[in-house]
Design a protein around this ligand. Structure first.
Ligand code: FES
Ligand SMILES: [Fe+2]
Length: 351
């Protein structure tokens, strides 16, 4: 069997793993989504481990391509991430079977001349590289639906992809925090928030095919504290959010001098209680700023959010509006929960 045959073989129904921490019906819906599993720059010669929706994955480089597959050797079930790699493929730690482009088994050291059994090939998941990230979808029949990111493909923008950030909380809570506009002064006083400016002016999310967009205008500045920057008095900052269900959101901050800062919050549900957050950033000002400086500031902001998101109860996101109490400032949160509910997500989220 050729590699192409392996990839075009009929896809088995997507099934949750034995260790699934989600409601099974919800897992099946979530498995249709596209999620980031690694930064491209972190995928070198050695195989890289990732977990998506409780499914352990191996991510490895095979020449010009990147392969995402179950972290399980088809021979005797050893995790492939225990093995080694050389940039053209990986070798299993137990009997040295080699896997290359498209997950094809390309060598069995014990029987170098023997025909390779068809079932020895890995069955890779789709893999797409975008925004410095490797994206995948557990539904092998899925077409590419990696969410769009403003700024990233535009001329004149600096592009960086923050190191992954782990949060011991459910992805839905983490994403809702990213969309929240009432917490800046309380959670982020150490980075950009203004405790003296807590009021949230009215705003209205607009539903889209895969989520919603919202323009949020306020006088809360987005300058890092200590940078010595100040907006003209009364300047109305525009923050344009776009939510792409289930767990990706983008934010474009419009600065007084016309600059734009674009941040993607790509929350990967590792399990029902763990999230790995990836954050590509694109901006068209101070484009020679060292990447490390951008990472440091944003990691401090993420840390401030983590303190809150990791202690929220219930741990899941309540889609039943009777469970938590809403205020007008929660319009984005309400739109988010409605969107998740409209996708058929139910029991797990309301638990
Ligand atoms: S278990 Fe992987 S080569 Fe035998
Ligand atoms: Fe925040």
């Amino acid at each position: 069997m050729t590699v192409t045959d392996a990839r075009s073989a009929p896809a088995a129904a997507v099934a949750p793993p034995r260790t699934c921490t989600f409601d099974v019906a919800d897992w099946t819906i979530l498995a249709r989504g596209w999620y980031a599993v690694a930064r491209v720059e972190d995928v070198g010669a050695a195989p890289v481990a990732a977990t998506l929706l409780d499914v352990p994955l191996v991510v490895y480089r095979a020449g010009s391509g990147i392969v995402v597959a179950d972290d399980l050797c088809p021979h005797r079930g050893v995790p492939l991430t225990m093995g080694t790699g050389d940039g053209t493929g990986i070798a299993c730690a137990y009997h040295g079977l080699r896997f290359g482009a498209d997950g094809a088994c390309v060598g069995i050291p014990a029987h170098p001349a023997a025909k390779i059994p068809e079932r020895m090939h890995l069955r890779p998941y789709p893999a797409v590289v975008r925004y410095g990230l490797v994206w995948t979808c557990l539904d092998r029949s899925a077409v590419d639906a990696v969410p769009p990111m403003p700024g990233w493909d535009e001329d004149g923008f600096q592009r960086v992809t923050c190191p992954p950030f782990d949060v011991a909380a459910f992805a839905g809570r983490q994403v809702e925090g990213f969309l929240d506009v009432a917490h800046f002064g309380f959670v982020h006083p150490g980075t950009f928030g203004d405790p003296g400016n807590p009021e949230v002016p009215p705003y209205n999310p607009v539903v889209t095919a895969d989520g919603f967009t919202v323009d949020y205008w306020s006088t809360v500045a987005n300058y890092p504290h200590g940078a010595g920057l100040r907006a003209p008095d009364g300047y109305q900052w525009l923050r344009r959010f776009a939510l792409h269900l289930p767990f990706t959101a983008t934010l474009v901050v419009h600065f007084p001098d016309g600059g734009r800062l674009c941040i993607m919050n790509a929350a990967t549900p590792v399990s029902a209680r763990r999230t790995r957050m990836f954050a590509p950033i694109a901006k068209d000002f101070a484009t020679d700023q060292p990447a490390g400086e951008i990472f440091d500031f944003n990691l401090r902001v993420f840390e401030e959010d983590r303190r809150i998101v990791e202690v929220q109860k219930p741990e899941n996101l309540p889609l039943d509006p009777r469970i938590e109490v809403n205020i007008a400032a929660d319009r984005s949160s309400v739109a988010y929960r409605r969107g998740l509910k409209a996708r058929g997500l139910s029991h797990f989220f309301t638990a």
